[in-house]
Design a protein around this ligand. Structure first.
Ligand code: SAM
Length: 451
């Protein structure tokens, strides 16, 4: 296959994401697995798809200046081809402009033989854009920061509005920039098997450079690892891919060997397997999740990492019946995920403000079951990967209001850099400040009614 076909494939993936609601990463994996493109062309497809999906609204804002038809009336293939070409013209330096235009026209001819004139329309729009020497007029950044951030950085307006309220103009802009950049590749060393410095040396022998993270003892940054799953160290279970924020959650729970722990929303098991490592694989962890195919991922991870104390089970956490059983319970709740929008380019377009009430309700129901399942004196840890107060601080305050038998509990020193002023039991990991996924962590202790 040639580079031309790489572009055709990219347009077909963009179509599936936009028109059929496919997940970008899964659609890409599926398409790249079954095609015969070179590694370089696969890289190009990935870059074009990720960039075009991420910058969708930025690209449409520019396109609307040059199209005599409303964009909504374009057929989807024409629209995807135009967005993808414009993404290359605006954001990529290495492909000459004339090549971008002729590739777009040829892709249209190949994919849309039946849609007469689409190639001519695409050619005219792209040439008009290239001829125009006036810069695009974006919404005024000072008078209409919300409009500017949403269009320029390509986010739904409601997300930008909440970030502006939370972090102000400069903070919200820095957060938009963070979420548009590719996340670093981080790994957690499986300390049941190997220590970080030994793994760094082992990875070096496999041709991968790795450095230790400052903030999490078992965290590594990996550089240019190529086919990660083919590495002997990966197959041997020496590490798991996980972000630093996520690693902080198991440390916040602070488990000890021999304890009985429940992880109520556990799949695919990143935090469960970390908790097991901190327990030296001694004791027991019940790892629940609603979805059978995701529970299977917990099994695969524990098997690869050589862990024996995890009991994975399909279980709706809202329907748990356990009472007074566990020393510690983790609720790593299903949430709006606004702290990790950089990990899936289509996620920002799929989240809806209207989903929030149901999520908040689900989180509260799971927290109530967690509260009942704990022993007296037990620890409850609540975490989310979102930046929204309704799912974080407000959720926790309502929990304390409903459960006078619980008190805030202080977090270990490792978490101190992220503690909020209001209380030592709450941490906010702020991506643009901490250069990690956006997370919220809160800790409580079951003290009983009379305390
Ligand atoms: C944030 S993810 C968990 C990530 C996981 N803790 C890890 O570190 O790998 C939230 C999980 O909650 C699960 N979930 C959603 N609703 C649930 C419910 N009612 N009961 C149990 N699990 C649920 C989802 O399937 C998803 O796997």
């Amino acid at each position: 296959m040639t580079e031309h076909h790489a572009r055709d494939l990219a347009v077909q993936i963009l179509y599936a994401v936009d028109e059929e609601g496919a997940y970008t990463n899964l659609e890409l994996d599926k398409a790249l697995f079954s095609c015969e493109l070179s590694a370089e062309d696969k890289g190009l497809v990935t870059e074009l798809v990720y960039g075009t999906v991420t910058y969708r609204d930025h690209l449409d804002y520019v396109l609307a200046n040059y199209s005599n038809k409303p964009l909504k009336k374009l057929d989807s293939y024409t629209h995807q081809i135009l967005r993808m070409a414009l993404y290359q013209l605006i954001f990529l330096d290495r492909i000459p402009d004339h090549a971008v235009v002729s590739e777009a026209v040829n892709t249209a001819k190949r994919l849309q033989g039946k849609h007469q004139q689409a190639d001519k329309f695409i050619n005219a729009i792209l040439r008009n854009y290239l001829k125009d020497d006036q810069p695009v007029k974006w919404p005024d950044k000072r008078k209409n920061a919300a409009g500017y951030l949403a269009k320029y950085y390509s986010f739904p307006q409601w997300i930008v509005d909440t970030w502006l309220k939370e972090y102000g103009k400069a903070g919200a802009e820095a957060l938009c920039q963070y979420m548009n950049a590719r996340p670093p590749l981080l790994a957690r060393v499986n300390t049941l098997q190997i220590q970080p410095d030994a793994l760094i040396q082992k990875l070096a022998r496999e041709g991968v450079r790795a450095d230790r993270l400052d903030r999490v003892p078992e965290g590594l940054a990996l550089y240019n690892p190529g086919g990660l799953r083919q590495l002997q160290s990966f197959q041997a279970g020496d590490f798991i891919i996980q972000d630093a924020s996520s690693m902080l959650v198991a440390h916040a729970l602070d488990p000890s060997p021999g304890e009985y722990i429940a992880d109520l929303c556990a799949a695919p098991g990143g935090k469960t397997t970390h908790i097991a490592a901190l327990m030296k694989d001694q004791g027991r962890i019940d790892a629940f999740d609603l979805h059978p195919h995701r529970v299977q991922l917990i099994r695969e991870n524990m098997d690869r990492l050589g862990i024996s104390i995890i009991q994975p089970q399909v279980q709706d956490a809202q329907a748990m019946e356990a009472q007074g059983l566990y020393d510690r319970v983790l609720v790593d709740a299903p949430c709006s995920g606004l702290g990790v929008l950089n990990r899936r380019p289509d996620a920002r377009w799929q989240r809806r403000r209207q989903q929030l009430p149901d999520l908040v309700h689900l989180q509260a129901a799971i927290l109530d079951k967690a509260a009942a399942a704990l022993k007296l004196g037990g620890t409850l840890l609540y975490s989310t990967c979102t930046t929204l107060r309704a799912e974080n601080e407000d959720q926790c305050q309502h929990f304390l209001d409903r459960h006078p038998d619980f008190k805030p509990d202080s977090l270990p020193d490792l978490l101190t850099p992220y503690q909020v002023e209001e209380g030592k039991h709450i941490c906010r990991i702020i991506p643009q400040r901490d250069q990690m996924d956006g997370f919220f962590i809160a800790k409580f202790r079951k003290v009983g009614q009379d305390d």
